[in-house]
Structure formats: C-alpha cells, structure tokens
Design a protein around this ligand. Structure first.
Ligand code: PLP
Length: 383
C-alpha cells in the first residue's frame, strides 16, 4: 500500500481537483496551440483563455478586461508593486507588517529606487492598527498593500473599510487575496480596491497560474516585455492548460464556497477545541478568520521539531518559521503581533481543505497528544 500522509497544509498548496484536471487535459494533448497563432490551433487556445478570463473575473465580481494572467500570486504581487511603482515618481509606499514575502520583498526593492517604505503595525490579534494606517495616509502614501487574509493566522482584514478611509487620499490600494479566494466571499468591486492578487494552486487549480485583477486606470510597467500578450502588461506565451485550470477552479471554488466553508469551519472548531483542551495557545481567535486555518503553539515545544515528528507520524502540517536559513526564524507575523520569540518559534499551522475529514482531525489530535508526550519525555531525559 502506498503511504499517504494526511494532508493538513492546504494554505501551502492544494491537490488538483479532478474536475480541473479534466478541463486541462485537452490543452496538454491535442489542443496544444499557441494562442497568438492565426490558425485553428491558435484560435482554440485563444478562446479557451478568454473563457478562463471570464470565469476568473466572474468569481471575484470583476470585468474580464481587468484580469491579467501571471505565472503565480508572487508574480502578480510583484507586477502591481513594481509595475505601478515604476510609472510614478517615488513616494511613500505602505504595506502591512504581516504581508507575505512576495509583497514585502518587492516593496523593499522599491526603496532602492527612492521609495519610502512604511510597515503598518498590527494589534495582538493580527488586525491592522487603524491609527498607524491613517498616519501612513497622512504621510502621503501613493500605494498601499494590505492582504485580505493572512496565510499563517487566517486573520481577515476589513479591506473595504480601509479602502473607504483611503479614498480622500487618492492612493492605489492593492490587496493580496490569495488565501481568501475559495474560503470567504471575495468581490473586487465591493472591496473597492484598485488591484487584487489571486493564485490558482491555492483553490484546487494547478501550479503555474495566477492573476492580477486591476483597475484600468492604474498604469503598469511590465515586468516581462516581449510579444505584448496580456495587453502588453505581461508578455510570454500563455500557459493555456494552467489558465484553463485556473478558470475552472475559480468556478468550482465559488459555486461550492458556502458548503465547503461550513464543513471546514466545523472541522476547524473541533480541532481547535481539542488543541485548547491540551493547553495550546491558538492565535487570532478574537478576530474574523478563514474557516480552514488554525495557528497554534504549545508551551515548551519547538514548532519545527513538532512538524518533523508529526511528519513521521503521517501528518503534513506547517511550522510558522521562515526556513530560508539554516536556523529558522520565528514567524514574522507573530512577532508583528507582539508574540514573544520563544512562543513564536513554537508555532504550527494546520490548514484544512476539500478532502479533509472529521476522522483525519480526530487522528491528528491523537497523534499530537502522543507526539507531545514523547517530546516532553525526551526533554526530561535530556535535562
Ligand atoms: N500571498 C499569500 C498570502 C500567500 O499565502 C502566497 C503563497 O503562499 C502567495 C501570495 C504566493 O502565491 P504563489 O505561490 O502563487 O506565488
């Protein structure tokens, strides 16, 4: 029998939905045309991209002409920040202190071009500090980027209210909605943002497709110049199969949102009750959160160690640490929330999805209890 660990890391990526794969397969086989070609192969690819553009736009209440396909969410975030930033005289750029690195790093790169970067603080629950946000606007921010839902805690920001507050200041307001799509309703118009980032592989779609949904008044300098695809904003022969999969995944994510959010919330609440009963500290419980995400720490237990032991026990979960170096750094999100570094290093994220089950949650809680007992025994022997 093939050993398949229970997958509880849906915020990292999701398995490809079989219905999405079915929609993609013809484009990986006989329908292999280049969408720019002037023959039937090309025309068919173009029609498939147009249809996917409509599906993505419909999923978030945007117009199809506002959708720019990219290779991933990271590219879309970079395209907004560097693309819009490249068309303006440098000024103040404000981002939240808990943005994903693919917002934070391009924002830092803009500093070399003369931009002044302000990181807006968050409170102990991970919600944006209103006063600090207002101060950034008063300081003359030209671009603002605030994520709709955090990938670690799942905390949701009231982006629509922030946009309203920013209106008199005439800023370009971007939101990274990568983790929100498919888990909560996401609407480009009612949020009122100028730009929004989406990613296919977080919603049962394939790797290799993302989108920047953008108000056409925002001028964008392309990151990739060339053949002029995607209105000249993102050149490169389109990844037709991935784009088609993205469109289908958007359609499914929206049509199944209510039921899937209800299921995930029920399992998440059970999981969280079990964690709290075993003494865990769960982060951001005081604010609106994604229905599938639990970010927790157990006193005296290192997050990386716990994740490794759970992996061996057959459960795929994530630690909150940034693993880009030999010695992992504690979660920046938790540090920004004022959590002490020792507790932050203990953080572990469980994120549920379409194929998660009640039975998996129960098995996870049992395995966690066993693992924690073993780790505590090992620590006691080592003393
Ligand atoms: N933004 C957030 C909040 C994310 O969680 C991620 C991926 O983890 C990204 C952006 C990047 O998306 P992609 O993996 O498509 O580059």
């Amino acid at each position: 029998m093939v050993f398949a660990p229970a997958y509880l890391d849906y915020n990292a990526t999701t398995p490809l939905d079989p219905r999405v794969l079915e929609a993609m397969l013809p484009h990986l086989r006989e329908r292999f045309g280049n969408a720019s070609s002037r023959h039937e192969y090309g025309r068919h690819a173009r029609r498939a991209i147009d249809e996917a553009r409509q599906q993505v736009a419909a999923a978030v209440g945007a117009h199809p002409t506002e959708v720019v396909f990219t290779s991933c969410g990271s590219e879309a975030n970079n395209l907004f920040l560097k693309g819009a930033g490249g068309c303006m005289r440098a000024g103040v750029l404000a981002i939240s202190a808990i943005e994903h690195p693919c917002v934070r790093e391009p924002a830092r790169q803009l500093v070399r071009g003369g931009w002044q970067l302000r990181e807006i603080t968050v409170d102990a629950q991970g919600r944006l500090d209103g006063e600090d946000f207002a101060a950034a606007l008063v300081a003359g921010a030209k671009m603002v980027s605030v994520m709709l839902a955090n990938n670690e805690t799942g905390a949701i920001q009231d982006v629509a209210a922030l946009v309203m507050r920013a209106k008199p200041f005439r800023v370009w307001f971007h939101t990274d909605a990568v983790q929100a799509l498919g888990k909560i309703p996401v609407n480009f118009r009612s949020l009122g943002v100028s730009a929004m980032t989406l990613s296919a592989h977080k919603i049962g779609g394939p790797l290799g497709a993302g989108a920047l949904v953008i108000d056409k008044r925002v001028e964008l300098a392309p990151l990739i110049a060339g053949g002029g695809q995607e209105r000249g904003v993102r050149s490169g022969t389109e990844n037709v199969a991935a784009i088609v999969g993205f469109g289908r995944a958007c359609e499914l994510a929206v049509s199944e949102l209510r039921e899937s959010a209800r299921r995930m919330r029920r399992m998440r609440d059970r999981l969280e009750a079990g964690l709290i009963a075993s003494g865990a500290r769960v982060f951001s419980t005081g604010v609106e959160r994604l229905p599938n995400t639990v970010f927790f720490a157990l006193a005296g237990i290192d997050g990386e160690t716990l994740v490794a032991h759970l992996d061996r026990a057959g459960f795929a979960v994530a630690s909150g640490s940034a693993c880009s170096s030999a010695s992992p750094e504690p979660s920046r999100t938790l540090l920004a929330m004022g959590v002490d570094p020792v507790t932050a290093k203990g953080a572990v994220r469980v994120s549920l999805g379409r194929s998660s089950s009640d039975e998996e949650v129960e098995r996870f809680l049992d395995a966690l209890a066993e693992t924690v007992t073993r780790l505590k025994q090992m620590a006691a022997i080592a003393v």
